[in-house]
Design a protein around this ligand. Structure first.
Ligand SMILES: NC(=O)c1ccc[n+]([C@@H]2O[C@H](COP(=O)([O-])OP(=O)(O)OC[C@H]3O[C@@H](n4cnc5c(N)ncnc54)[C@H](O)[C@@H]3O)[C@@H](O)[C@H]2O)c1
Length: 283
């Protein structure tokens, strides 16, 4: 399989590297050369830490790094691709422009996948002449660690395209699940939102402190992180915006962000990245 990954940010860089670790040849494209440089250096850092811990042979790490070729030219990235995974900014207009150019330069039989967390492929695929060959492949951050890929078919996605996406996820050493209908939040974020909203309801109702809710979830449900610690890790602005998106798109009060969450975001206390969210962090 020849893979192209378009967008070399937090997700694209690691999607490319994960595939290369499993022997897939990858072209990683970004419009910003600095992002390509950062992607290469951060991937080298991740792989060399595995080498230091004795989990990966140095020769295998070097081979996997060499398998990711970087380019700024989209034509060069996709001209021989069997599968293209798009991981550019979460902006519909940007994604539609990118998909139109992928459609122009990628071979007609190749599959075009979006890693979007919120946009069903039907919104993007109409920018191409091959909506049957477009699909969502939703990887999880950090891709080098998180095993799951949610594969979401749009109304026009063909069975063959679903099959190609499933095989590609497996070839990259990841576990695919198939979602047969476009639905906001797919599976994981819907379940995460439902559980996290309940945690916020308990907090807002004064039932328990956020620390005790985290402890209860970590010790009683075996989650590696309780909902508040996880919110700090992902960024409370990300959590807040995801809730607002669900609330606005469904009109369902269940998704309305908690007042205490809104207050944190307005105060700029966004979690680890700002040094304080629910918890305080040393720099
Ligand atoms: N960060 C996460 O936890 C996460 C998890 C799952 C899915 N996603 C999805 O993955 C996608 C990327 O997210 P990210 O966090 O990696 O973003 P990011 O901001 O880290 O990276 C986006 C990259 O896209 C590049 N880019 C923008 N426009 C481009 C274009 N026209 N051509 C080529 N490159 C272009 C940027 O230069 C940047 O390097 C989004 O759709 C997001 O919803 C993110």
């Amino acid at each position: 399989m020849q893979l192209a990954v378009v967008g070399a940010g937090s997700m694209g860089a690691q999607i490319a590297q994960q595939a290369a670790l499993h022997g897939v040849d990858v072209k990683l494209q970004d419009q910003d050369v600095e992002q390509l440089r950062k992607a290469q250096s951060s991937n080298r850092g991740h792989l060399m830490r595995r080498v230091d811990r004795g989990k990966l042979a140095l020769a295998d790490a070097e081979a996997a790094l060499a398998r990711v070729q970087t380019t700024r030219a989209v034509e060069d990235a996709v001209e021989r691709a069997d599968l293209v995974v798009e991981a550019v900014f979460e902006d519909l207009a940007v994604k539609r422009v990118v998909f139109a150019s992928l459609d122009r330069f990628a071979p007609p039989q190749s599959v075009l996948a979006s890693n979007s967390s919120t946009m069903g492929i039907s919104q993007i695929a109409t920018a191409t002449s091959r909506p049957d060959r477009c699909i969502n492949m939703h990887f999880f951050y950090p891709v080098l660690v998180m095993d799951l890929v949610e594969i979401v078919r749009g109304p026009q996605t063909s069975d063959q395209t679903v099959g190609i996406a499933v095989s590609a996820a497996r070839a990259m050493g990841r576990t695919p699940v198939i979602i047969n209908k476009e639905i906001d939040g797919f599976i994981v974020n819907r379940i995460l939102h439902a559980a996290t909203q309940e945690a916020y309801r308990l907090l807002d109702a004064g039932v328990a402190s956020f620390e005790d809710i985290d402890t209860a979830v970590e010790k009683g449900l075996n989650w590696p992180m309780g909902p508040f610690r996880l919110g700090d890790f992902s960024g409370l602005d990300v959590t807040y915006n995801a809730r607002m998106h669900m609330y606005k798109s469904t009109g369902d009060e269940r998704y309305k962000p908690s007042e205490q969450l809104r207050a944190k975001v307005e105060a700029g206390k966004l979690g680890r990245k700002t040094g304080e969210g629910w918890y305080r962090y040393e720099s």
